[in-house]
Design a binder for this molecule. Structure first.
Ligand code: SME
Length: 168
């Protein structure tokens, strides 16, 4: 297992992802525990991009409503966050419902956005799939508006494909 990330300080965003993803793949390849891997992935993303908030929500059985599911907070880096999010609620619940990546350039303009921190200004949420169903969401928040674009979407989707392979 790699113990240090190697990312040149001068690298731009696209280059950082290109250098980071193979290192993440090698970091997680020898470990079967999902939470351990997600914890290291959030640390690697925080270290590489200094995101304001980066973390995972897992789809789990609803604690109150039998047979229903909800999102439950998983490993993350950043300020404390909402622990449970319903299907279709907020950006995360919408990404889960629509089973697709959502980029929010300005959180104030997203109907139903859940503000875990008032410092969060833009956001991207990327789903991960098992048996064609969403089982995991990666959520990244920025304290600046318009901070996420197609480069983030494409590369964070590649990251989710790496994570999906661990579950098969
Ligand atoms: N803003 C998210 C909630 C999670 S936090 O940002 C960490 C949402 O609207 O789903």
């Amino acid at each position: 297992m790699a113990e240090h990330l190697h990312i040149a300080a001068s690298a731009g965003k696209k280059e950082r992802y290109e250098i980071l993803l193979p290192q993440i793949e090698s970091l997680v390849s020898g470990e079967k525990d999902l939470i351990a891997n997600l914890a290291n992935i959030t640390a690697a993303l925080k270290q590489t991009f200094d995101f304001f908030w980066v973390g995972f929500y897992q789809v789990k059985e609803n604690i109150v409503l039998a047979g229903r599911q909800e999102l439950v907070l998983g490993p993350f880096q950043g300020p404390i966050a909402c622990t449970r999010i319903g299907f279709g609620k907020g950006v995360c619940g919408t990404s889960w419902k629509e089973a697709k990546t959502i980029i929010v350039p300005n959180v104030d303009e997203f109907p139903g956005h859940i503000a875990c921190s008032s410092n969060s200004k833009s956001e991207i949420v990327v789903p991960g799939f098992t048996n064609k169903k969403v089982f995991l969401l990666l959520d990244v928040d920025s304290d600046r508006q318009n901070d996420f674009d197609q480069t983030d979407a494409e590369n964070l989707e590649k990251l989710m494909r790496i994570i999906e392979k661990l579950t098969n």
